[in-house]
Ligand binder design. Structure first.
Ligand SMILES: [Zn+2]
Length: 389
């Protein structure tokens, strides 16, 4: 199958002669009748949920591209191979079939300000026109729609925003021979050749500007250098490196370092104390989420839930329950030690095991382990009241 890039369809051209069949839920034609929007092998229009269809229009109004479209040259007509849902959403909107919210107000296409209407109609849609036999086309359709896009997300973006910026950025981030890739791979997951490192670098810098990657790439598309991107990325890497000075553990790979940098880089840290804390948590068997260690330490060790600390196992709970219950029955008191003290109606109540929960006598954050000698069974009410465990 051959593909040929055709870049110059505007929304206005695309929706010329657009027909939507309400009964069949199909967008039928575009490009003044020369485009068949829903050939037989396509599924029905499923974007009419007030979310995905609205998102398509919002993207156009924000100037974000909608990704690639693939058409098949079927001789006398073109057929949509990929992009049917997006084109149908645009066509339905322009024909007044649904409204979107702009600045809190419901707007149909005809009620939009003239400049916004113009913006939508002049938006360019990037189309590849393919030629091939019907079976080649169907095979390819399967690949892009079901088995997943053969291009990675970032490979697609590189195609959409191709230009001097992408060329410059790829020289830095997509070169697996670059000596720095080794160091980066301690913290960044992704194959440089499949644009995985570039994607992470773009993700960090875009998020620091509260943007999606697409918007960042659109803004910088014609920059002749990728210096800003490179500087931000290496700043984050250097910050990780100078904050955690011990040899990197495998758990540091693929963390949201961009977010961690933005949140914590203005706080001072003592690297040797940080390394010591990290090492002792890495060695602590009760810490089941090792990836959470770094944010836990950066955040001043105040969020133990990041570590997913292991609780008591069933065997320990059963032993604690049996010991407590045996003792309580002898003394004629409740087997919940908190019910047993003071004056209350449950003073002598013996709870079944499923009405009790295990509590750390000394909290894990204060050095208490999940062992029998640190386990106390409490009735559900008392345990929940105690909360923090
Ligand atoms: Zn109790």
């Amino acid at each position: 199958m051959e593909t040929e890039l055709k870049t110059d369809y505007t929304v206005e051209e695309m929706v010329e002669g657009f027909v939507y069949n309400e009964l069949e839920g199909k967008g039928l034609y575009g490009l003044n009748g020369s485009l068949v929007i829903q050939p037989e092998y396509q599924r029905h229009y499923i974007y009419n949920d007030g979310k995905r269809d609205v998102a398509v229009i919002d993207s156009l109004l924000s100037g974000y591209p909608l990704g690639l479209f693939y058409f098949v040259d079927a001789g006398t007509q073109l057929e949509v191979l990929d992009g049917q849902q997006r084109i149908t959403s645009i066509g339905r909107f322009v024909r007044g079939k649904f409204a979107i919210k702009v600045d809190g107000l419901e707007q149909t296409f005809s009620s939009l300000a003239a400049d916004q209407q113009k913006k939508i109609l002049e938006s360019k849609l990037l189309v590849y026109v393919c030629t091939g036999t019907e079976s080649e086309i169907k095979d390819w359709f399967q690949t892009i729609n079901i088995a997943g896009v053969p291009l990675s997300d970032q490979e697609l973006r590189n195609a959409i925003y191709s230009g001097p910026f992408v060329t410059a950025a790829k020289k830095v981030f997509s070169n697996s021979q670059d000596a720095r890739q080794m160091k980066w791979s301690s913290f960044v997951k992704g194959d440089p050749k499949r644009q995985g490192v570039l994607e992470v670098a773009l993700d960090w810098v875009a998020k620091s500007n509260s943007q999606p990657i697409d918007a960042y790439m659109a803004n910088h598309r014609y920059d002749t250098s990728s210096k800003g991107l490179e500087t931000y990325f290496t700043t984050v890497i250097d910050w990780i490196d100078s904050t955690f000075t011990a040899a990197p553990s495998k758990h540091m790979r693929g963390l949201e370092w961009g977010r961690l940098y933005e949140t914590y880089h203005t706080k001072p840290y003592n690297p040797s104390a940080v390394d010591k804390d990290v090492q002792s948590l890495l060695d602590d068997e009760a810490v089941t989420d090792k990836k959470g260690i770094y944010e836990y330490v950066l955040g001043g060790k105040s969020e133990p839930k990041l570590l997913n600390v292991r609780l008591f196992d069933e065997h320990v709970k059963r032993q604690a329950y049996n010991q407590q219950t045996e003792r309580a029955m002898k003394e004629g008191a409740s087997n919940c030690p908190l019910c047993a003290v003071g004056d209350n109606v449950n003073k002598t109540k013996i709870y079944e095991t499923d009405a009790m929960e295990a509590d750390h006598v000394t909290a894990w954050s204060n050095g208490g382990g999940s062992t029998l000698d640190n386990c106390e069974m409490l009735c559900v009410t008392h345990n929940r009241a105690k909360g923090n465990r």
